[in-house]
Write a protein that binds this ligand. Structure first.
Ligand code: AMP
Length: 281
């Protein structure tokens, strides 16, 4: 596995591959890798001949009160995991090269970013789309794989690619969970043993949402109320949002009459965790 830090070097390598007709697959990450990330790598390996994984904790997508400084990092461990997956290149750019003095150009998807996480993390998706477009211009992939764990992000990236006519196929990958159902996340490392137990309430709430709908409750107001109470029965939890939205437009629905995305964000201690599932009527 080759390690590339320099932007020009990455571009040159990608260009050489392209000239040889090689299909490039790309998985952008913030590192501290787990099986969720590795599942994306395996999908990319199946769909492309060369696979690039980037590791970059993007300062632009963190709010001033968020966990940019504390975000877990372990590059040496990450490199071993990627090596074992036979990744071709790990791209680890420096923030100073990504955002040099004078940087002032941003990309924004305006509508899909209004609700869900976008409502509580101002500027977050602008930071995501800006860095992802930059990474696309550096890695020059034919396909890129994103997890459904960050469902809104996946939809926002797909929209950006469509709106800006980027010639890249965006592939969504299912959520990888721990044995008990907790969605894997680098932020799970923030959880104490007791908080870890409460963190399962996100997954359980999604299961409960489906059960409630199965029992005939379709009214979203009622569903939200029940789920919020359910989660708050678990110590250290504070619900940020529970939303039921159209899985394509991300617009809120009032009744679960069609397949509906239930998305939630919950603080468990200091860890802000997200999860989602499609609820069927
Ligand atoms: P992150 O390092 O958190 O920025 O995530 C990098 C990519 O991995 C994003 O496309 C995420 O959606 C995806 N990802 C993170 N956790 C999971 C998971 N548990 N299952 C599937 N994909 C995931």
């Amino acid at each position: 596995m080759k390690e590339v830090k320099n932007i020009k070097e990455m571009q040159k390598l990608a260009e050489e591959w392209r000239k040889e007709g090689i299909k490039i697959g790309f998985v952008p990450t913030m590192g501290f890798l787990h099986e969720g990330h590795l599942s994306l790598v395996r999908i990319a390996k199946k769909l492309a001949q060369k696979v690039v994984v980037s590791i970059f904790v993007n300062p632009l997508q963190f709010g001033p009160q968020e966990d940019f400084r504390d975000y877990p990092r372990d590059i040496e461990r990450d490199k071993k995991l990627l090596e074992a997956e036979e990744v071709d290149v790990v791209f680890i750019p420096e923030a100073e090269e990504m955002y040099p003095q004078g940087f002032q150009t941003y990309v924004e998807v305006t509508e899909l970013t209004k609700g869900l996480c976008g409502a509580f993390r101002p500027g977050h998706f602008k930071g995501v789309t800006t860095v992802v477009l930059k990474l696309f211009n550096i890695v020059k992939p034919h396909i890129a794989v994103f997890g459904e764990k960050d469902y809104q992000q996946l939809m926002v990236i797909k929209r950006m690619v469509k709106d800006l006519n980027l010639d890249i196929e965006i592939v969504g990958a299912p959520i990888v969970r721990e044995k008990d159902g907790l969605a894997m996340s680098s932020r799970n490392t923030y959880l104490s043993e007791e908080e870890r137990k409460s963190a399962l309430s996100l997954y359980k709430a999604l299961q409960k949402a489906q059960e409630l709908v199965n029992s005939g409750i379709k009214d979203v107001k009622q569903l939200k109320e029940e789920l919020k109470n359910f989660i708050h029965q678990h110590p250290y939890t504070k619900v940020q949002y529970i939303e039921f939205v159209n899985p394509e437009t991300l617009e809120s629905v009032e009744k679960v009459d069609n397949p509906t995305l239930c998305a939630l964000a919950v603080f468990v201690g200091k860890a802000r965790l997200i999860d989602n599932a499609i609820i069927k009527p």
